[in-house]
Design a protein around this ligand. Sequence first.
Ligand code: NAD
Ligand code: IPM
Ligand code: MN
Length: 353
Amino acid sequence: MAYKRIAVVPGDGIGVDVTAEAVKVMHACGDVTGRKLELKHYDYGAEKYLATGISMPPGGYDDLASYDAIFMGAFGDPRVPDMRHAADILLGTRFVLDLYVNYRPIVLFHERLCPLKAIKAGDIDIAIFRENTEGLYVGMGGNFKKNTPDEIAIQEDINTRKGVQRIIEYAFDFAVKNGRKKVCMSDKSNVLSYGHDLWQRVFKEVGAKYPQIQTSHMYVDALSMQLIKDPKAFDVIVTCNMFGDIITDIGAQLQGGLGMAASANIHPGGAAMFEPVHGSAPKYAGKDVANPFGAILTTQLMYEHLEMKDEARLLENAVKMAIRENQTTHDLGGSLGTKAVGDYVARAIRSSR
Ligand code: NAD
Ligand code: IPM
Ligand code: MN
């Protein structure tokens, strides 16, 4: 019997390319530890949507939720300009399964990968927690007098006390469990005087319950600057949905680019979905050039969540070795294709038996 059941949704563009490598690496880990995953592939994505009009079939979210974990590639296709299918599949999964924690670690594996001067491996180790079910992402709003000179467009920013509190508490609990010292909350409360004032008040209330953790606050514009000026200063960051989206792309570049960044979408005690931070990069789709490390390191987050520590360690060591030996795709300065990098990582895992 399989050790754990995983739903795999490669999606669109390079999502397909990098998911194939993540799956390769899952098989390699299973061969070494004997704990095999049962993988079920789903063809949800632009192709299916364009052919059938179906993004997520009836019962689709419940079906995904029945797995021990969900692995997704990326969604986005120029043929679907309004991203309707991605809204249903990706945001739909986050919202319907109430995956309110978006954990996006920023870790620098090798100084060569960081665009900043004098930053060494290990200097950057930031845990970003992005609220994943509210904010500007809820899709509330509308148009009035659309396509006329008098058009009005409204996009609501939803912040609930429950929603703000649970992500802030999760960030503090993570800090305590993982020996972290500091939690920084980032908002724009100087302008968003209702929604982000709520973040201010809840952060103070929750922070007071964790006297062992040093708290700080930064407006998101200043934080974006500080991430470049002194990324070493950051430990745990918690922020809203939209700002989390933006600052995790900045963070991705600090660790070597979007091709390196991993993420976990979690409902504590419930469902969990894992996806690289990057998108479908249509210009690279099917060309064997996308960096698969983001997807592979996302697999590591999945293993950690499933308490498969041996597999997580095997995988991380193999990625580190590939980077050390320059066995990487072009974005990291190497000369290998996506598949060859996956092969290298899988081989490195198998040879560490
Ligand atoms: P993107 O992340 O797809 O690509 C931006 C750039 O980052 C690429 O041109 C490339 O230079 C680099 N890049 C990204 N991933 C890489 C990888 N694995 N290896 C090497 N380089 C990589 O962002 P975009 O171009 O803004 O968006 C393309 C589509 O993806 C859009 O439809 C967008 O909405 C969607 N998107 C989806 C997700 C998701 O599914 N999680 C995330 C972001 C964007
Ligand atoms: C991400 C992506 C998504 C987001 C898009 C594709 C909806 O940018 O996962 O970072 O904004 O959350
Ligand atoms: Mn993003």
